[in-house]
Ligand binder design. Structure first.
Ligand code: ZN
Length: 174
C-alpha cells in the first residue's frame, strides 16, 4: 500500500476531532502528526520488521503500544475535552492502518494475530494494489495505483468534513 490511503484516513480522523479556531499554520503540525500516526506500523524502526508485516502489523503489538501511549497521555497530558478527543482520534488513526493494509489483494495478507497465530488477515478490494517500487519514477502503473487509492479513501475525508460541519467539535486543546 502507499502512504496516500493511510494519510487520507489520518486526516479524516483529525478533521473530526480538531477543535475549532485552528489556523492553517496551526493545522500543519497536527496534520503531520496524524499522518505519521496513521503510517506508524510502516515506520522503518529497528527490530520493528515493517517489511515482513508481522511484529509491526500485529494487532496485539499495536494495541498494546497504542493503549500504553494513550493511557499515559490521558493520565499525565492535558485534560480538556478537546485534547482527549484528539487522543482518541489519534489512536484510531494509528489502528486504522492495520485494516487498510488488509484491503490489498496482491499482498499475502497482514499478520494481525501474531504472535498468537500466523494466520494472515485479508479483506481484498480488487482495485487496490500495492506499489511494485516506491516512486519516483511515477510511471503509469504507479499513477493508476495512486488514483485508485485516492478515489477509494478521499470519500472518508469528505465524510469527516461533513461530520465536522454537521456536528462541530467543541472545546479546546490544553
Ligand atoms: Zn502497513
Amino acid at each position: 500500500m502507499t502512504t496516500l490511503g493511510h494519510s487520507l484516513m489520518g486526516l479524516a480522523a483529525l478533521t473530526i476531532c480538531l477543535p475549532p479556531g485552528i489556523t492553517w499554520r496551526g493545522l500543519l503540525p497536527w496534520a503531520i502528526l496524524f499522518i505519521a500516526l496513521a503510517s506508524l506500523p510502516d515506520w522503518p524502526l529497528p527490530q520493528w520488521g515493517h517489511q515482513r508485516l508481522v511484529v509491526s502489523h500485529s494487532l496485539w503489538t499495536n494495541l498494546m503500544l497504542c493503549t500504553l501511549l494513550t493511557a499515559t497521555l490521558w493520565r499525565f497530558g492535558p485534560k480538556s475535552g478537546g485534547s482527549r478527543r484528539i487522543l482518541i482520534c489519534g489512536a484510531l488513526s494509528w489502528l486504522s492502518h492495520l485494516l487498510l493494509d488488509t484491503l490489498y489483494g496482491d499482498l499475502p495478507g497482514v499478520a494481525i494475530y501474531w504472535p498468537f497465530s500466523d494466520r494472515l488477515a485479508t479483506l481484498p478490494l480488487p482495485w487496490l494494489k500495492s506499489l511494485s517500487h516506491p516512486p519516483p519514477p511515477f510511471d503509469g502503473a504507479v499513477i493508476q495505483i495512486l488514483v485508485l487509492e485516492a478515489i477509494t479513501f478521499t470519500p472518508f475525508l469528505l465524510a469527516a468534513l461533513w461530520v465536522r460541519r454537521r456536528w462541530p467539535p467543541t472545546g479546546r486543546i490544553g
